[in-house]
Write a protein of this length. Structure first.
Length: 228
């Protein structure tokens, strides 16, 4: 996911300046400019694969709702855009329809995928004995992948029961980010409230095998890094 792309399409009070010539924009090395200038043909637009008012998943931000499908003219080229609202984050994005695949935008997970994600929570945590900084990058990549099962793996691996050592600050931040992404999608798919969705997830986590903390248990890399 190109973070510049998401930042470019954030709706602000002041509209970003556009290139005077679309052909020049496409030759530009600036990915933000290229994204705005992209098109399928002069005077044409890409057929929408999502509908207005439909809930979708945008990997970098989670569940959002398409509030409108607009067509704007950029330097003489017509560009179709999805207007996506993320109400919880109080944010709106405008994404060109030709860029949907490249940014990983997808429909909500089907029931079987939701079940697989929930079943993943009941498994044993798989924590690599590598430096925390590397693991943190892997967790963040999974969270921003938009893959519900991968996000569930992060929730499973970073979850701590009452009998286990507390999470470090960075672990907790990643855990809460993954938990929020997962809970919000399940809530929309199963038509639950956010609190009900969290209870469903917590119920699955309670089924997972956990080992009690031992006095001679080696210190986790994350704790070492946080202490440093």
């Amino acid at each position: 996911m190109n973070s510049n792309l998401s930042e470019w399409f954030k709706v602000t009070q002041k509209k970003p300046s556009l290139p005077a010539n679309a052909a020049a924009a496409l030759r530009s090395n600036d990915p933000k400019t290229q994204a705005v200038a992209s098109k399928t043909g002069k005077g044409g637009s890409t057929k929408a694969t999502f509908k207005a008012n439909e809930f979708i998943v945008y990997p970098a931000h989670g569940v959002g709702q398409i509030t409108a499908i607009e067509e704007q003219e950029v330097a003489g080229f017509k560009l179709e855009l999805y207007v996506i609202s993320f109400s919880k984050d109080k944010m709106t994005l405008k994404v060109p329809t030709p860029k949907v695949a490249s940014v990983g935008m997808r429909k909500l997970a089907e029931a079987d995928v939701v079940k697989k994600a929930l079943d993943t929570l009941t498994g044993r945590a798989r924590v690599k004995r590598t430096m925390w900084s590397r693991r943190a990058q892997e967790y963040e990549a999974k969270i921003n992948s938009g893959d519900l099962v991968a996000i569930a793996e992060v929730v499973r691996d970073l979850y701590r029961s009452e009998v286990q050592p507390e999470q470090s600050y960075s672990e907790r931040q990643l855990y809460e980010a993954a938990l929020d992404r997962m809970a919000r999608e399940i809530a929309v798919v199963q038509k639950l409230t956010d609190s009900e969705s969290l209870k469903v997830i917590e119920g699955q986590l309670a089924k997972s095998p956990r080992r009690a903390a031992k006095a001679d248990e080696p210190v986790d890399d994350a704790d070492v890094e946080e202490a440093a």
